[in-house]
Structures are given as C-alpha cells and as structure tokens.
Write a protein that binds this ligand. Structure first.
Ligand code: DCS
Length: 534
C-alpha cells in the first residue's frame, strides 16, 4: 500500500488547491462549498498528532441516535449464537436463538412467494429469456413468469445498470395504478419515489424537512425507533404523543393537540406528524373516523402527515377493523382539506406476506407537496444514484401480482392466503398465551407482526434491575434471552408511558414450533416471577 507522510499529503492538498486558485473557476465566490472548506483547512492545517476518527470526535447526533430493535438484546443474542456454535454450547440451556426482536419473516423460515422469486431469477440470468432457450426455461418456470420477466427486462434494461433515481418509470406506473385501484383516486407516477425499503424514504423526508434544530416531528409513543433515530441524526426534535393503550392503542387527536401545544410553548417548530398504521409495535388499525380527525388536525395546525403504511396487508380483522390508506381518506374528505393537506405515505416489500426484507424495496408517494420540494427530493435521491434494481422488481410484483386466470395465480393466491391465515392464527395464539401469564396484559394484534404486552413486574425485580443499571423491562427481556434463547425488545426501546413496562415480540416463529416457543416463554416467566415475587 502506498504510504504518504502527513507533510506530503498536506503539500499535495496545498498544490491542488493552489492550482485550483489559478483557474478562472477558482474565484472564491465560485468555489463549491466543499472546495471552499478544503481551501480553508489546507491554509490552517497543522500536522496532526492524534487520530481523528475517534468516538469522542464523532458527530454527536450519530451518538445520540438509538435503535433498540438491534440494540443491547440483539447484541447479546449474537454473543449467545457464537457460544452455541462453539464447544461451550452445552453451557446454555437452549440450542438456538429465536429472533423475535425483528419483523424479519424469512429469517424465521417463512418461504418466499414463488412468482416473485421466479421473475427475479429470470431477470438475473437474461439467457433464460432468450427465445432460443424458451423450451429449457419452460422446464423450470411457468410461461407467465417468463413473459412477465421479458416485459420487465424491456422496461428495465440490465439489472446491473443504475436506474432512474426515482425508480424505473414503468414500475412507478405500476405503483400508481395499484394506488388508484386501492384508493379510488388518481396517483401521479412522477410523485412516486421507489426506495430501498421504507427506511431510506422516511430518512429522506426527515432530512429535507428538518431545516433547523428547533424543527419538531410528532412521533407516536410507543414508536418504531426508526423515527426518533432518524430525527436525531437530522438534529431535529422528536415530539412524543401517547397512544391510548386502554383503547387498543388508538391515536387520539386531543392527545396530539396537547403534544403540539406543549412543544410549541417550549419553542419547538412542530412541522410534521408521523403515524404508523397498522401500528408497530402496537398492532392497532386506525378507524376512518380517527383518521379524519388526524387529517383535520394536520390541516388546522399546518403539519406534513407522514403515513407509515408498511403493514397495510397485515390486517387480521378487516370486517371489524378495515384498513384505509391516508390517501383514500384524505381524498374522500374533499374540499380544501383534500387539496391542501401535505401527505407522504410509505410502503415496503419487507412486510405483508411478501416479507422480502433483505431485497430492500419500497416507495413513497407525495401528495399536495410543492413541486420545488419534489425537485429537491429528486436531488437527494440522485445523490444515492438509485434504489437497488432487484428491490424495485419486487415492488412491481407486490403491486402487480399474477391476476385471476393466469397460470401462476392459483399458486400465488394459495401462498398468500396460507401465510395470511397462519400469521393471524399465530397472533391469536401467542396473545392468548401471554394473557395467561401473571402480571401480563396483551392487546390483540389487529394488524402488523407484533404483540406489545404490558407487564407489571414485581417490586423486587424493579429493584434488582435498578441495581444492575438496567431498565426493568430490559432486565426482564435479557433474563428471558439468557434462559430461553428468545430475543425480544424491551418496551423502553419504543418508549412508553413512565412507570409502565412492556416488551415487544413478533409472532413469526413457525407454527410447528409455536407450542415449544410458548412453553419456554411461560416457564421462564413463572420462574422469574417466583424468584422476584417476594
Ligand atoms: N416502518 C415500520 C413501521 C417498520 O416496522 C419498518 C421495519 C419500517 C418502516 C422499515 O422497513 P423497511 O426499511 O424494511 O421497508 N420494521 C422493523 C421492525 O420493527 N422489525 O423489523 C424491522
């Protein structure tokens, strides 16, 4: 490896900035900001004696950001997994880690949707789409998967090429059509951005929105920690509003108003409201009336509505609790509200029955948003060049699956229905088992992939947690992990009303392992309570 002394590097920098200074472009007012700062630092550069990329020197907003889904519990689970792989495995009383800390269905054995993988595979290896190889391809793939891959191949070109930064136009058209059918209102493909999962979409919006350090963004408590973490990275302020646990974790407009008033009194410039529907970690599905109240509130208070709708197909009681998109409810309200409320809604391939978390695909749609803002969002997307193309392919299949009558329809439909019914059965079974446990109260999951039981811990357990320097629910979930290999997330990671304790578990373990999972959880819980009940 070539090594340069610090002085040599400093000279190099001086030389390059000096030569820049000789070019007409280099008149200081014309220099790009990055070059300007290079100029300044080269002029004042002293030889460095210390390392620079140290923890102390890091961006404080990076250090402040917390993301419990992959926090202390997940790190401990990783250490235990290593022990299980070593000759120390017999020191543990379980033989595998069950990752219920993260909604990652295929990690827990969920099989991918066949049609999606068939089209993806065909696109990966274009020789299979060559007419001369059709007979060979037909031995492995149904004709409609081949035809679909061919159509997509024409629209995409090579999977190995950068695409349009907002995503492949034909796929954005598919998304727009899907939303039009879903919502009954027009969707403009030029207002749709394909993303590598919902997470980068949320981050892009927050990055553009948080113009200064007093900008506040309302986040539900409990929340999915992407929100507080991303707000922290952008140096904004998370403004908490509490969900109503006794009301099946619904959202109350009055509580949001309280949070806005309190934040504005404290000098926070509240600009957006995040809503997760169906809820993570709560499993709540909002009623249309509550959604209308929230939209009216956004109109009155001048708030951007950020609607996280990644669990829109994980809705288990659609007759009792139908799910509506915010776009549908907003457009249905008509009048000024429909024309004026700014909405960004997010969707993802990671959830639903698709569960393709690792492929990283998703999109967001902007509604009633200033065209110049959309240009700036396009610029941000361009800085990352494009979302990964296979993720975009999966978005296309999610929003435009095989239709009734096509060769792949029956299999597709069977797989989706089977997964959906299974998720619902698992949600019910785990919730019922949790409600049997001493001190545990668990709301039904109307949607999403999680249960978020409230746990009333014995006083002695709370004191033991304090002594160990842990939040009581973190203390409980760490003990659960050590005793059973079941990895969950403490409620403190999602935030919760002070003095209450919860934990979040997915209900994703496979059905044939669920009895064992519940038995281990229940046995641990009883032993924990026996130990600390006092
Ligand atoms: N929004 C919500 C509400 C989520 O639960 C998640 C992921 C995302 C956005 C981002 O997902 P993608 O970036 O993959 O689209 N849920 C995390 C969770 O709580 N467990 O698994 C991941």
């Amino acid at each position: 490896m070539a090594m340069y002394s610090r002085t040599a590097v400093a000279n190099l920098l001086c030389a390059s900035t000096a030569s820049l200074a000789r070019t007409p472009l280099a008149a200081p007012r014309l220099l790009l900001p990055a070059v300007r700062s290079l100029h300044a630092s080269a002029a004042t550069m002293a030889p460095r004696k210390r390392k620079v990329f140290t923890y102390e020197n890091l961006n404080p907003h990076v250090k402040q950001a917390e993301y419990a889904v992959r926090g202390e519990l997940a790190i401990r689970a990783e250490a235990l997994r290593k022990t299980l792989d070593s000759d120390q495995a017999s020191t543990l009383s379980f033989d595998k880690i069950v990752n219920c800390n993260i909604g990652n269905p295929q990690q827990l054995g969920q099989q991918p949707i066949t049609f999606l993988r068939q089209v993806s595979s065909l696109l990966e290896y274009p020789a299979l789409l060559d007419d001369r190889n059709r007979d060979a391809a037909l031995k492995l793939f149904p004709a409609d998967a081949i035809d679909r891959a061919k159509t997509m191949s024409k629209a995409i070109g090579s999977l190995g090429a950068y695409s349009h930064s907002m995503g492949i136009p034909a796929i954005r058209n598919s998304v727009a059509k899907f939303m039009e059918q879903r919502d009954g209102f027009p969707a403009n493909p030029d207002h749709i951005f394909l993303t590598a999962g919902a997470s980068p979409g949320v981050q892009t919006i927050l990055q553009a929105l948080i113009a200064h350090d007093q900008v506040g963004v309302l986040v539900p408590i409990p929340q999915y920690p992407l929100y507080t973490a991303a707000i922290s990275l952008c140096n904004g302020r998370a403004v908490p509003y509490y969900l109503d646990e006794e009301g099946a974790w619904t959202m109350r407009a009055d509580e949001v108003r309280r949070a806005i008033a309190e934040a504005r009194n404290g000098g926070t410039d509240v600009r957006a409201l995040c809503v997760i529907n169906p809820g993570n970690p709560t499993g709540n599905v909002l009623s249309k009336a509550d959604m209308e109240a929230i939209i009216k509130l956004c109109h009155k208070e001048g708030l951007l509505l950020m609607a996280d709708e990644v669990y829109q197909t994980n809705v288990y009681y659609p007759k009792e609790q139908p799910w509506y998109s915010f776009k549908h409810v907003l457009c249905s309200m008509g009048g000024d509200v429909a024309k004026e409320v700014e909405l960004v809604s997010f969707h993802s391939i990671s959830k639903g029955m698709i569960g393709e978390c690792g492929r990283r695909g998703g999109y967001f749609e902007v509604v009633n948003v200033d065209p110049r803002t959309i240009e700036e969002l396009y610029k941000i997307a361009s800085i990352s060049l494009c979302p990964n193309v296979q993720g975009q392919v999966a978005v296309d299949i999610m929003v435009n699956p095989p239709q009734a009558g096509s060769e792949s329809y029956d299999l597709y439909n069977t797989e989706m229905t089977h997964l959906y019914e299974s998720l619902k059965r698992r949600a019910e079974k785990v919730a019922a088992a949790l409600n049997q446990l001493e001190g545990v109260q668990c709301n039904r999951a109307d949607g999403a992939m999680y249960l978020f039981p409230k746990i009333t811990l014995p006083q002695r357990a709370i004191e033991a947690a304090e002594e160990a320097g842990k939040e009581p629910d973190a203390f409980y979930t760490l003990a659960l992990l050590d005793a059973t290999g079941v990895c969950t997330v403490p409620g403190s990671g999602f935030l919760q009303r002070p003095g209450t304790f919860h934990f979040r578990s997915t209900f994703l373990p496979p059905e044939d392992e669920l009895d064992g999972f519940i038995a281990r959880l229940s046995k641990f819980h009883k032993e924990f309570f026996d130990k600390y009940r006092g």
